[in-house]
Design a protein around this ligand. Structure first.
Ligand code: ADP
Length: 494
């Protein structure tokens, strides 16, 4: 436990330090790791006071993570705006602002003002097209988009802003019309404004932007999700009567195996509006009002349909009824959730555009309320990665990392048996940071800032991987795995 506490503290320090130095991408990776580590720690704590304190710490770190993510997204959108500007006017040479580099190495110096303020309504979809795998643009109130619906509905077009479009063609006009249609705004009159704002800001995710290809392994799970969630949206006529879609789908498995990523990929691939609900977003600030929030969530999901509501850690919202710890407020949330789930489920009536799909995930299926379990009719197991999957995971994680020739990824993968996807991400991150850590040891931030970039980035060696594997422990035990298998045998549906 103490090793894990010191890891949490060191990684938090690295996350904060990287953010202060302007290395936002690195910082985000550290923050993600810390959040996962705290989550794992919380699962092992029995004492409720201590548990609550750690949950609070997790929430505070998550807030810092969101802030860094916002800064990073804002910077990315500047870069994209620059490239859009280039595309439209050809005035700024791409040599002045290479797309994959910061316009300036000093994070305190912002890039020159971009034309974004003088434009008509920014086209979120256009920006995505120009910078496909970047984080979403900064959040705020306003209409969500269904950014990837073009994947479903037809060919995609270039990412150029509407008002400045130099070349017009029919397809584009059609797409812009569709954008306008999809930019409808939920009418909050009659609802609690705070709750609406909270939902739009913290739960509604404009563009999860995770594709099947970003997820290693899990071939069976992807196939099942495609059949249970994606196909009913694409060919609704087939999914009628006895073939009606499932009311809800539950993903079960150890932490860090990709359940959240799968939910995001479902939303991305279907082009549905994505509502990402976690226990903290439902309970923390709005204790006592959470059932109103649940009602509003489904109301909004219907408004922005087709939608996917993803409820992570559903066991903590919906643990078994009648247990001593069950509190009146959580009983009300649970009942509301059951009522709402009865009102959705699969394709609603004849119109697939009104579909609201509930996807849930849990690491503790045995704690789940029975009534809810019944409504989550399809239960899919998300296992630890296979040997091939681990190689794939290493490749995905190391996409932007230079790996030295002596590092054999198949050998690294064989040493990672029993590691979850998240553990493997941690190993990669740790290994990739080794040379950086060695180089900056004992230096002050100003000195670090002055180190040339090519000196900071050294290839990751086999030894770096071996050391990282020693530092990062498996987060799932054999006993845990047996428990999942037993539960799936009893309640699973494949
Ligand atoms: P879960 O929801 O099962 O706890 P997540 O989907 O949040 O797990 O995964 C946590 C992190 O682990 C991801 O951000 C990703 O870096 C990594 N990860 C886990 N499984 C996979 C996978 N199959 N493919 C790619 N990355 C994965």
């Amino acid at each position: 436990m103490s090793a894990s506490l010191s890891d949490i503290s060191e990684n938090t320090k690295m996350g904060r330090e990287s953010a202060l130095l302007g290395n936002y991408e690195t910082s985000l990776v550290y923050y993600q790791g810390v959040i996962q580590q705290i989550q794992r720690l919380v699962q092992t704590i029995k004492d409720s006071v201590r548990k609550e304190k750690w949950q609070q710490v997790r929430q505070e770190i998550a807030q810092e993570y969101e802030q860094v993510k916002d800064i990073s997204s804002t910077l990315s959108s500047f870069k994209t705006e620059n490239s859009n500007f280039n595309a439209n006017y050809g005035e700024f040479s791409p040599h002045n602002y290479p797309r994959h580099e910061e316009p300036t190495r000093d994070p305190d110096v912002w890039p020159p003002p971009t034309p974004v303020e003088h434009r008509p309504t920014p086209q979120i979809r256009g920006r995505e097209k120009a910078a496909p795998r970047r984080a979403e643009p900064s959040r705020g109130r306003g209409a969500p988009s269904r950014p990837n619906s073009d994947r479903r509905k037809g060919p995609s077009y270039g990412g150029v802003d509407k008002g400045k479009e130099p070349v017009k063609d029919k397809g584009r006009e059609k797409k812009n019309k569709h954008d306008e249609e999809s930019e409808k705004v939920f009418d909050s009159s009659g609802y609690d404004k705070d709750l609406v704002e909270h939902l739009e800001r913290d739960i509604l995710q404009k563009n999860p932007n995770v594709h099947w290809g970003d997820i290693a392994d899990l071939v069976e799970a992807k196939k099942l999700l495609e059949e249970a969630v994606v196909l009913p949206l694409i060919v609704p006529d087939f999914f009628k009567g006895i073939r009606r879609p499932w009311k809800g789908v539950l993903m079960v498995g150890p932490p860090g195996t990709g359940k959240t990523m799968l939910a995001k990929a479902v939303a991305t691939e279907c082009g549905t509006t994505f509502f990402n609900v976690s226990t903290s977003s439902l309970t923390s600030k709005y204790r006592g009002e959470s059932e109103k929030l649940v009602r509003l969530l489904f109301e909004m999901a219907r408004f922005y349909a087709p939608s996917t509501i993803f409820i992570d850690e559903i066991d903590s919202i919906c643990s078994k009824r009648g247990s001593d710890s069950e509190h009146e407020a959580s009983r009300r949330v649970k009942s509301e959730l059951l009522v709402q789930m009865d009102g959705v489920g699969g394709v609603c009536g004849e119109d697939p555009s009104k579909t609201v799909m509930v996807l849930a995930a849990t690491n503790f299926p045995w704690d789940l309320d029975e009534a809810l379990r019944r409504r989550l009719e399809k239960r899919i197991y998300i296992p630890l990665p296979t040997a091939d999957g681990r190689v794939e995971l290493l490749k995905i994680n190391l996409r932007e990392v230079e790996v030295s020739e002596d590092a054999n990824l198949t050998r690294v993968a064989s040493k990672l048996e029993g590691y979850s996807g998240a553990d493997i991400t941690n190993v990669c991150r740790d290994a990739a940071m080794m040379s950086f850590r060695r180089r900056i040891e004992g230096l002050r931030p100003e000195q670090i800032r002055n180190i040339p970039k090519d000196e900071l980035i050294q290839p990751t060696t086999m030894e770096d991987f071996e050391n990282a594997i020693l530092r990062v422990n498996k987060s799932v035990s054999k006993e845990d795995l047996e428990r999942y298998e037993k539960w799936m045998k009893e309640f699973g549906s494949v």
